[in-house]
Write a protein that binds this ligand. Structure first.
Ligand code: GUN
Length: 283
């Protein structure tokens, strides 16, 4: 068996086209979705992400504000800006790019973002609503993974999903979203004993552990769906996932590549969340 590739780039294009069309319809009603992205400091990777978010906004017809603040910005100054954006009518989504410089308390900043504008889905109230199954803006990377499964009509109900990694941004939320779609979910992490015994029972395997090529074919149940959230830069500069793609591709039924799998979906889901937030305000 050779797996079919879950193409995140192509799906991103399709969803962005849908968002663009809906944005054009909203604009006829005088509504323009607006996103504010805040970057503190000069982390090179963060700068690339922030520029991509700004570009995506412009392509889709959103209003976009990027606030680039110096590394020595105080927590008070940052909280002041968040407060201003919370009140600004042209802004429907606020994203403070992480990580923040060490002297700033990330939690205090996330907590200060208005829940209605929390397009990252990181605010404790957003997380709580997600746990309960109430309406909320979902974190972008897990939401993107669910969209990839659903739009490729990959069955989730009744399946055994195994998630490797328990981060707040990926592992924990994806396990909840899979459970919500009636999967049976097992979570593994760095301290799990006999991880292979568990992953070899997985119909759906999500890998978000941050270690290059951690998963090889010995982890895979034949026919499994493998979703790789890893983005690891090798010494030779090559970008690879947490899964050894070439080793497992013949064992599984579906697999996400790196790059071009989950990655492109993240910013697309940020755009989807911003559109949702804008529609809600003007309902
Ligand atoms: N840094 C890396 N990924 C993310 C993300 O999804 N949201 C924010 N706010 N910062 C990030």
């Amino acid at each position: 068996m050779t797996a079919s590739v879950l193409d995140g780039k192509a799906l991103s294009r399709t969803i962005r086209e849908e968002v663009k069309q809906e944005t054009a319809r909203l604009q006829e009603l005088g509504i323009q979705p607006g996103l504010a992205v805040v970057l503190v400091g000069e982390d090179p990777a963060s700068q690339v992400y922030v520029n991509s978010k700004h570009k995506a906004c412009l392509e889709l017809g959103f209003y976009s504000e990027v606030h680039r603040l110096p590394n020595d910005t105080t927590q008070e100054q940052l909280l002041g800006l968040v407060d201003q954006l919370n009140q600004q009518g042209t802004i429907h989504g606020i994203l403070v790019q992480l990580p923040l410089p060490k002297h700033i308390d990330e939690k205090a900043v996330i907590d200060a973002i208005s829940v209605e504008k929390d397009v990252d889905g990181f605010h404790p109230i957003s997380v709580g609503n997600m746990v309960i199954g109430d309406e909320s803006l979902l974190p972008c990377t897990p939401a993107g993974m669910m969209e990839m499964l659903k739009r490729n009509r990959i069955p989730i109900e009744g399946k055994h999903a195994v998630v490797i990694g328990r981060s707040n941004i990926v592992g924990k939320p994806i396990s909840l979203l899979l459970q919500r779609e009636n999967a049976t979910v097992t979570m593994c992490h760095s301290r799990t004993n006999n991880m292979r015994e568990l992953t070899r029972m997985a119909d759906i395997l999500v890998v978000a552990i941050g270690k290059a090529h951690f998963v090889d074919r010995s982890f895979i149940k034949p026919g499994a769906v493998v979703i790789d959230v890893g983005m690891n830069r090798l010494e030779n500069g090559k970008l690879v996932g947490d899964v050894n793609f070439d080793d497992v591709v013949e064992e599984c039924s579906w697999i996400t590549p790196v790059p071009g799998g989950v990655g492109p979906m993240t910013i697309t889901m940020l755009m989807v969340n911003t559109l949702k937030a804008a529609k809600r305000v003007h309902q």
